[in-house]
Design a protein around this ligand. Structure first.
Ligand SMILES: C[S@@+](CC[C@H](N)C(=O)[O-])C[C@H]1O[C@@H](n2cnc3c(N)ncnc32)[C@H](O)[C@@H]1O
Length: 197
């Protein structure tokens, strides 16, 4: 019981909550900055029911493990590695949002708008979906930071399959909007999600 209220829990959980608050708060602020407050809904906080459920289950895993196997949470190099990756994932995602500007919408566009230009510079010249790369790294790393082995694997599988479905759907419309320009871009640039073409 003492472990639950000890230094390890305080540090790991406060890092986790700060990471979550910063991630969602900055998503919302950037959406307002690029699209204007009247065009942004609370959806831009990116908090879905499934996401909440995943986070609650990961906390459940954390509390069960710290009660039954407290030594599992004492691998500080794992926590520190997770924290470093959380910061890297956050940075990649935010650089992507700032680079794409108005082209970066939380809801996938299915109609072409005049102002929507294809972005291929900056971080988009390295991977086609840097925003998703950043989120993938960020979300899995929150679980590495908590030394949660089950949720680390579960988050990797669930987030990977979410993007493996979403990327072809998003690119179907990008190909319609930008035709051969997108085709050439896709030929020379990897998706940014492992094993997704
Ligand atoms: C949530 S954003 C994600 C953007 C991108 N998939 C990423 O991970 O950085 C989705 C919107 O970005 C737009 N989009 C994606 N790639 C783009 C690109 N290279 N240039 C312009 N718009 C893009 C899509 O049309 C979609 O409406």
């Amino acid at each position: 019981m003492t472990e639950i209220f000890g230094y390890t829990t305080c540090r790991q959980l406060s890092q986790m909550f700060l990471a979550i608050i910063f991630f969602h708060g900055s998503e919302y602020i950037l959406a307002v900055a690029f699209h204007g407050k009247s065009n942004v809904t609370l959806k831009s906080l990116l908090i879905s029911k499934n996401y909440l459920l995943a986070m609650i289950l990961s906390l459940l895993e954390y509390f069960i493990e710290i009660s039954l196997f407290p030594a599992l949470k004492e691998y500080w190099w794992v926590t520190n590695l997770g924290l470093a990756l959380v910061l890297i994932g956050e940075l990649i995602r935010k650089i992507a949002i700032i680079t794409a500007g108005r082209a970066f919408t939380h809801v996938i566009k299915i109609y072409h708008e005049e102002h929507h230009k294809l972005i291929t510079h900056g971080v988009y010249s390295f991977v086609r979906h840097p925003g998703y790369t950043g989120f993938f790294i960020w979300s899995v790393s929150t679980q590495i930071m908590l030394c949660n082995p089950i949720s680390t694997i579960a988050f990797a599988v669930v987030v990977w399959s979410f993007f493996a479905d979403r990327i072809p759907y998003e690119e179907f419309f990008l190909r319609q909007f930008f035709g051969s320009q997108y085709e050439e871009y896709a030929q020379r640039t990897p998706s940014g999600i492992p094993f997704v073409k």
